[in-house]
Design a protein around this ligand. Structure first.
Ligand code: FAD
Ligand code: NAP
Length: 326
C-alpha cells in the first residue's frame, strides 16, 4: 500500500575523514556521566569531548560517527585499532558552537565466551571490551585521541519539512537519534513541524537512555511522539515484552497512516538483525514498497512464510529506509 509518489530523499554533502586514525587529534573530556533511566545491569555514559582548535570542530552532522583510538597495545603487541562511536549531538554540539561533541558508550563486559576454535571452552573469565571501558572510565580533563567524521549515508534529509520521521532504536542505537531529534526540534530556525515518532527498545525500563530528554521534548512538541518497547517486562494480561517492530505491528491502527505516507522516512539504529523483524512486518501488511525491495526469489511468495535468513538475503532497503546496525 502506498498513498502517492514519494518526496525525493535528498541528502546534504557532509564532510568525512578530515582527521585520519593514523594522525588523530586530541579531544578533552568535558563530562562523562551515566545516562540510563535508573539502576541497571548495564552502564552507559553520555560522554562529551571538547575538540576546539582541531579540524573536527564544527564539522559534524547527526548520524555521523567519530573514531576513538584507545591507548595501549592489543594481544599481538600492536597499537589498538580505532573504534567508531555515534555522534549523539546536533550539528551545534553540546555547547552551541559545534566544538563540544558527544557520544553514548556502553561498557562491553560479561563472561568470556569462546569466539574461535582455538579458545578454551571452559574459560569464562570476565571479558572487558577495550575501548568502551576506556571511554566509560574517563574523567573531565582527560585527553583522548579522536578521528573522523565518519559516515555520509545515515543522516537527515536536506529539507526537514519535506518528510515525516520514524526513528527505531535499540540500546545505544539511540545515540544518533538524540542528535537528530535535537536538530529537528531545537534548531536555530525553530522546531520542524513534521510528524516525528521515536520507538526506543530496551530490555528494562531502567535501561532506557536519555529518557528525561525525550519525555521533555514530547511534552514540548505535539508533533513528537516517544514510544518505548521494553522486551523483558511483562505487560500484564498474559502479554510478554515487546520488540520495536512488534510495537509497530500491535499499534498499526495509528502507525499505519504514517507508514503508508509518501512523506515518511524510517531510520533504524542498533542491534544487527533488528531490521529483519521490521521488513517482515511491513511486508505482511503490504507496507514495504516505500521502504524496501523484494528479490525475484521472494517476489511471488507470502511474507508470512519468510524467515530471518530469507529476509536477510532477499530484502534491501530503499533510500527511504536508512539502516545503521551492527
Ligand atoms: P573490543 O575490545 O573491541 O571487543 C569486542 C570484541 O569482543 C568483538 O569481536 C566481540 O565479538 C568480542 N566479544 C564481545 N563479548 C565477548 C565475550 N563475552 N567473550 C568473548 N568475546 C567477546 N558503541 C557504543 O557503545 N555506543 C555507540 O554510540 C556506538 N556507535 C557505533 C557506531 C558505529 C558506526 C559503529 C560501527 C560502532 C559503534 N559502537 C558503539 C560500537 C563500538 O565501535 C565498539 O565496537 C564497542 O564499544 C566495543 O568496543 P570495545 O573496544 O569495548 O570492545
Ligand atoms: P540493549 O540495551 O541490550 O537493548 C537491545 C534491545 O533490543 C533489547 O530490548 C533486546 O531484547 C532487543 N532486541 C534483541 N533482538 C532484537 C531484534 N531482532 N529486533 C528488535 N529488538 C531486538 O542494547 P545494547 O547492548 O546497547 O546494544 C545496542 C546495539 O546497537 C549494539 O550492537 C551496538 O553495537 C549497536 N549500535 C550501533 C550504532 C551504529 O551503528 N551507529 C550506534 C550505537 C549502537 P532482548 O535482549 O530482551 O531480547
Amino acid at each position: 500500500m502506498n498513498t502517492g509518489a514519494s518526496n525525493p530523499v535528498v541528502l546534504e554533502d557532509v564532510q568525512i575523514k578530515l582527521v585520519k586514525p593514523s594522525a588523530p587529534v586530541i579531544g578533552r573530556v568535558v563530562l562523562n556521566e551515566l545516562c540510563m533511566n535508573g539502576k541497571s545491569a548495564s552502564y552507559v555514559k553520555h560522554t562529551t569531548f571538547d575538540v576546539s582548535g582541531t579540524p573536527l570542530a564544527g564539522t559534524f552532522r547527526p548520524g555521523q560517527s567519530f573514531g576513538v583510538i584507545p591507548p595501549g597495545k592489543d594481544d599481538n603487541g600492536k597499537p589498538h585499532k580505532v573504534r567508531l562511536y555515534s555522534l549523539a549531538s546536533p550539528s551545534w554540539g553540546e555547547d552551541g558552537g559545534g566544538t563540544v561533541i558527544s557520544t553514548t558508550p556502553k561498557r562491553l563486559m560479561g563472561e568470556f565466551f569462546p569466539q574461535t576454535a582455538r579458545d578454551d571452552p571452559s574459560d569464562h573469565h570476565l571479558f572487558r571490551g577495550v575501548c568502551s571501558n576506556y571511554l566509560c572510565d574517563l574523567k573531565p580533563g582527560d585527553e583522548v585521541l579522536l578521528s573522523g567524521p565518519n559516515g555520509k549515508r545515515f543522516q537527515l534529509p536536506a529539507d526537514y519539512v519535506a518528510h515525516d520521521y520514524l526513528f527505531l532504536a535499540t540500546g545505544t542505537g539511540i545515540a544518533p537519534f538524540r542528535g537528530m531529534l535535537m536538530e529537528l526540534l531545537q534548531g536555530p530556525g525553530g522546531a520542524c513541524g513534521s510528524e516525528i515518532h521515536l520507538v526506543m527498545g530496551s530490555p528494562y525500563t531502567t535501561d532506557l537512555l536519555y529518557h528525561d530528554l525525550f519525555e521533555r521534548l514530547a511534552a514540548e512538541h505535539s508533533n513528537f511522539h516517544y514510544h518505548t518497547a521494553i522486551s523483558r517486562e511483562p505487560r500484564g494480561m498474559g502479554r510478554g515484552g515487546l520488540y520495536v517492530d512488534v510495537l509497530l505491528e500491535e499499534r498499526l491502527d495509528s502507525f499505519g497512516v504514517l507508514l503508508a505516507s509518501p512523506r515518511t522516512l524510517i531510520y533504524v539504529c542498533g542491534l544487527a538483525g533488528m531490521q529483519l523483524g521490521l521488513f517482515g512486518m511491513l511486508a505482511r501488511h503490504d507496507l514495504d514498497s516505500n521502504y524496501c525491495t523484494r528479490s525475484v526469489a521472494l517476489a511471488d511468495t507470502d511474507p508470512a512464510d519468510w524467515d530471518a535468513p530469507a529476509i536477510k538475503r532477499g530484502i534491501k532497503p530503499t533510500a527511504r529506509c536508512m539502516l545503521e546496525v551492527y
